[in-house]
Design a protein around this ligand. Sequence first.
Ligand SMILES: [Cu+2]
Length: 367
Amino acid sequence: MGMRRKTMTQNRLNRRTFVKGAGITGIAAVAGCLGSPTTEEPEPEPTDEGLAPAEPVDADRIARDPTDIPPPVDWDEPREHDITLETERVTAEIEPGVTFDFMTFGGQVPGPMVRVRRGDRVNLRFEVPEEMNMTLHNVDFHAVYGPGGGADATTITPGEKAAEISFTAEYAGAFIYHCAVPNMDHHISSGMFGTILVEPEEGLPEVDNEYYLGQHELYTDGKVGEEGHHGFDFDAMKREDPTYVVFNGQAYGLTEDGVGPMEAEVGETARVYFANGGPNLTSALHPIGNVWSNYYRDGDLLSEPDKNIETAPVTPGTTTVGEMEFHVPGPVKIVDHALSRVVHKGALAVVDVQGEENPEIYDEDPQ
Ligand SMILES: [Cu+2]
């Protein structure tokens, strides 16, 4: 399989490293007076049954590459796009040694970004192959005028003939799409959400880097870091008490110790498209060591962006957009500032900014 397997101890050390790296150990210690946030976490209690062993994985990573984004709109007449969205069931690791059965659009989390220009026509083909589990799936695009945002007409069962709809992207903005069958909370928290970006006619301002992140909650029948195969915990979901809160499907995935951080250079800019699939928790989106110099609240791309926003609420069912400037080297950590989700549950991604020191702006060793 070529997968790295780590022991529980190594997992814990890694979590401590992440937490330390997140620059928030001080806050955690002050808040709890309990020392390292990881040492207060009890070892998982052995249960009679315990977890089943970790299952063979179908994919090396569930995390979509944050740079897997269609190119910006550079056309100035309405276009037609033929888009196929296929559902896929994927067994993959939430973190090393912890497997879970994800349900996805296109095999990774979040689902593939759809990028069009306002006024474009989209011919969507929606496929649910035989091997996809569960009875029904569909897709609800928040960018669509129509019953269920397309969900009513795309509801099909595994192995059924593909559903097809056509729509015109009538209104510009960043929007989420998600599975919207009756047990949609289960499907979304298994990974079924993504983003459709409808650029304004004039396009978006140019930036040096674009990143695509998706936050969501995983409700499992195991404990955080407990090695083995985690099943789904419906009661925990109803209590809105997730085991993990993750970016792109993996706990601490987009970091040096996961599948790798995002990358940028000093002097560059970046735009982050951030989808909160939920299904239940509002995110408090914050870049540690930076600021959203332009922030398009709730994905509103038509109003002037807000300036210098530190932390912004991103409600479930929203894709929001924020831009940063990288003036100094070093990691910028993107977190949900509901910090227990960072310290204990995985909600951390890193942009590794490389380049020349800029002591005029930040000097970590003034003499
Ligand atoms: Cu579904």
